[in-house]
Design a protein around this ligand. Structure first.
Ligand code: DX5
Ligand code: ZN
Length: 212
């Protein structure tokens, strides 16, 4: 299982040390919030640019923002390897997917828990990744929503039945209890924030999820 640690619940007064403390994982998850698509506001592409100077990980940028088409170029230029936008926020998902991939950046599409997974189908063969939210986006430390498991299964079955290759990533409430069901349902990548940042030994926490 690929683990993409989210530093949303990290100590932002010591962000460099916090990011270094999760350098063990292959991926690094950036939770970008604009205070409009979700109530919280976090940071912009400058954090991606600064993190690039201390990390060689795969930069997995999760845009929880309105009008993502206006922001993707800045994140690509700052060093994103993958940019995931929300279906609910995109004016024209097809145009946005081409815009992201045209900048040689991998493209992900995400749905909130209340969005039907079938709404992804018109674009699912064009993206590199589908991000299933297993919590309501906007903050860390929430409980895993079990309806995510059926959505993961649907996406894994659909991928196999149609010979597609997108990654399935799951984000929210991932811990030592929920990881087994998510893996069994067919996820390839899990985002984990509070499970990792609640522990002093972050490497052990990451390894626990990687080897689940
Ligand atoms: C929530 C973010 C998630 C969150 C995960 O809007 O997209 O990435 O940080 O945090 P935990 O693992 O604490 O649920
Ligand atoms: Zn996220």
């Amino acid at each position: 299982m690929i683990v993409s640690p989210s530093f949303l619940t990290a100590d932002f007064m010591n962000l460099e040390a916090e990011i270094r403390s999760i350098s063990f994982s292959q991926w690094l998850h950036f939770d970008v919030m604009d205070g409009r698509f979700v109530p919280a506001y976090t940071y912009n592409q400058e954090i991606v640019r600064m993190a690039k100077s201390i990390s060689r990980q795969y930069f997995d940028v999760h845009l929880m923002i309105e009008e993502p088409e206006k922001a993707v170029a800045a994140y690509a230029e700052a060093g994103a390897d993958l940019i995931t936008f929300h279906l609910e926020a995109a004016a024209d998902p097809g145009v946005l997917i081409r815009q992201i991939k045209g900048m040689d950046v991998a493209c992900g599409i995400s749905i909130k828990p209340g969005t039907a997974v079938e709404e992804l189908l018109p674009w699912i063969d064009q993206v590199d990744l589908v991000l299933v939210m297993s919590v309501e986006p906007g903050k860390g430390g929430q409980a895993f929503l079990n309806n995510a498991l059926d959505r993961i299964r649907f996406l894994a079955d659909y991928r196999k039945a149609n010979g597609l290759k997108y990654w399935i990533e799951v984000d929210g409430g991932i811990n030592r209890t929920t990881i087994a069901g998510v893996k069994e349902a067919g996820a390839d990548v899990v985002v984990a924030g509070s499970f990792i940042f609640s522990r002093t030994d972050r490497k052990a926490a990451i390894m626990e999820l990687e080897n689940a």
